[in-house]
Design a protein around this ligand. Sequence first.
Ligand code: FAD
Ligand code: NAD
Length: 408
Amino acid sequence: MITLRKPKVVILGAGYGGLMTTVRLQKMIGVNEADIVLVNKNDYHYETTWLHEASAGTLHHDRVRYDIRDVIDRSKVEFVEDTALEINREEKKVILEKGEISYDYLVVALGGEPETFGIKGLKEYAFGIVNVNSSRQLREHIEYQFATYNMEEEKKDERLAIVVGGAGFTGIEFLGELTNRIPELCHEYDVDFHKVKIICVEAAPTVLPGFDPELVQYAVSQLERKGVEFLIGTAIKECTPNGILVAKGDEEPREIKAGTVVWAAGVRGNSIIEKSGFEAMRGRVKVEKNLRAPGHDDIFIIGDSSLFINEEINRPYPPTAQIAMQQGELCARNLAALIREKKELEEFKPDIKGTVCSLGEDDAIGVVYGKKLTGTKASFMKKVIDNRSLFMIGGVPLVMKKGKFKFF
Ligand code: FAD
Ligand code: NAD
């Protein structure tokens, strides 16, 4: 009797792309058709899109994460809690911190990392909004600065200065939460609100470059009203233990003293991509239309570590959860096709429904299906989007457990 070996699918990363691939594939594939292994460095998934809330302290970090085992079908998917270090494409295996794992088909969904553009001091002294632990560290650092300020005999006002580098969506969403949190912190730690400084430094000539100018104006005036000072057309040149050096154009850099510097000025692909020898641009692999890495019929790369070109403008789509989840859905269908030895794979066609940028719990801006929204309507829509992403992965039970229901 001949027993055919089942193909082994290894999915690296249980973020939006990897988890979506897993939950869709487990529904499509029977136990006898393939072995599915999901590898993630923690036993929980976190909602990256909510990390600005955990970072500011407006949402507890446990609210942004949930147990991966709660959403996978353990009769079909083996979960391995480990950190991937490198992909050996020739030997079709992944080197993990605690061992190695071979694959027939591999999905790389390891997300992105902060892009520091080689700017001196950022890695050492700036905080990032990257994962649950970095968010906790940032939140606790800000609280520590407030607590320490009061205990010092000689008051150092710069302790209460917070600089946010980058006025992209991450920077703006963090500022929205932070401006809601600061009055609470002032109350909790007996600090005069007027002593606190929040400065946002943006290199481009505008906040949220490329977004609707009317909505950008709304966001800027709302945040300015809550105390944010914007330095536009100004780049961070260096980060030091005492703050940052900034410059406008060719001007001499000047120092801004700050007890907290947050770097929110862009992402690049996971460093494993370059370490494993893939051809990449800022750590992201320009994938084929069926989401496979060029020259690799057995490797899919999705989410922030991939680069997919929008042919209408001949530029990459921005790395978003919206895209990562849609890629996960397609990746599962294409894996199922390969497992069933079908030759034709589907091509990825992003369906961009819009973009909503929150400005705190009760305010937002957005364009949804071409319609502009501001204020509570936009904020309502943001929570619908947040709940929808839970629903897509874990259905109604996950929405009931982790969803956002405080709509107004
Ligand atoms: P991720 O969701 O980041 O998941 C990567 C997973 O891989 C994680 O579980 C991580 O632990 C794991 N991992 C990483 N390295 C390893 C390793 N070496 N070994 C094992 N596991 C590893 N996009 C939107 O569309 N809408 C939004 O509103 C939005 N808001 C955002 C708000 C913030 C504050 C930020 C930072 C981003 C936001 N984004 C938003 C962008 C979005 O979060 C990302 O594009 C999305 O998370 C990418 O999904 P992914 O699956 O590629 O990676
Ligand atoms: P981004 O690349 O979108 O924005 C980074 C900003 O930092 C840019 O405006 C850039 O000009 C600025 N910058 C770069 N170098 C600088 C320097 N030296 N000094 C000062 N400013 C500098 O990055 P992001 O905001 O982290 O977003 C990453 C991805 O996640 C994007 O694709 C974004 O669309 C997505 N995202 C989406 C949402 C949402 O939809 N609500 C929220 C957050 C992030």
